[in-house]
Design a protein around this ligand. Structure first.
Ligand code: 9MG
Length: 294
């Protein structure tokens, strides 16, 4: 099925609250988990003081966005009650209020979204793509916040049991196009929306590899593409490395994402990713210049 960009054509600037992210270059979303059980850094940044320190370090290293999450979405993770999620993220969001970069809230829970927006958060990063009852209403009521719509088959607790696709790349693109169209039709401007294929969310190793190989095809959607592969188990399976030793594989994944046209990468290791992408960006600019500025 042919995929159309949203009305108005390809999005060139991502609108995120009072921020505007120009999409000529790659942007780094630094991960700030405030969960006791996240797969790669659970519990390390749980208090507001430690979280602020880590966020500032990521900004110094080049983070363009700080993504705060209070519910682990790793495969098999149990759901967290909304009150518990609020108790984890609100003190941290208060501490981050004066950061110079946009803060995103990684949540699917409408109450958490609303409370985060009230504290000045600029982006809703929802692995369930605003499908929980009330979530779309929160995005609609805030006239300007950015929104990440991610593809996920199933729920974190069960999604890795038997993921099946006849052809994963077109199916994920088609799903994202439909979700983007539904969210736009409800009244969210296309310039507020980024899309994400959801690596590791209801996908086998083969699916993840096919998606990475076909990532450039998501450009047809005309939305900024966000990729999250940092330290994920699919990289562990490819390299045989535990989560603490996946930096080289994560850098390789970020470079493939950049080469495929992604404009936001969600990463744990901001400084190292920035350096790797700086080399890629310089060579990419030279290559474009040699090709006549395309
Ligand atoms: C919260 N979270 C964990 N992995 C993610 C990914 O790949 N993309 C997005 N948008 N969020 C993620």
């Amino acid at each position: 099925m042919p995929i159309d960009p949203a009305p108005g054509g390809a999005v060139r600037t991502w609108r995120c609250g009072r921020h505007r992210l120009a999409l000529e270059r790659m942007h780094l979303m630094g991960v700030l988990n405030v969960t006791p059980d996240s797969f790669s850094d659970g519990g390390r940044h749980a208090g507001p003081g430690a979280a602020l320190e880590h966020a500032r370090r990521m900004v110094d290293e080049g983070a363009d966005i700080i993504d705060v999450g209070g519910e682990s979405t790793r495969p098999g993770a149990p759901p967290v009650p909304a009150d518990e999620e609020l108790a984890r993220v609100l003190p941290v969001l208060r501490a981050l209020r004066d950061l110079p970069v946009p803060v995103s809230i990684d949540t699917s829970e409408p109450r958490v979204m609303q409370a985060a927006l009230d504290l000045g958060v600029s982006i809703i990063n929802d692995v369930r793509a605003l499908r929980r009852p009330g979530a779309l209403d929160v995005a609609l009521a805030s006239p300007d916040c950015g929104v990440v719509l991610m593809h996920m088959a199933g729920e974190p607790a069960t999604m890795q049991r038997a993921p099946y696709y006849a052809d994963v790349v077109p199916e994920v693109i088609d799903w994202l196009a439909r979700r983007r169209d539904a969210v736009c039709a409800a009244g969210v401007a296309a310039e507020r929306i980024a899309v994400d294929p959801g690596f590791g969310f209801g996908k086998t190793q083969g699916h993840n590899r096919q998606l990475l190989a076909g990532l450039a095809r998501l450009q047809a959607l005309g939305q900024p593409v966000l990729v999250g592969l940092s330290r994920k188990s699919t990289l562990g399976e490819l390299t045989g490395r535990p989560v603490t030793e996946r930096l080289p594989a994560s850098l390789a994944a970020a470079l493939i994402a950049a080469q495929s046209g992604a404009r936001i990468v969600r990463v744990h290791d901001v400084g190292a990713t920035r350096d790797a992408l700086a080399v890629w960006a310089a060579v990419d600019a030279d290559r474009r210049a040699a090709a006549g500025g395309q």
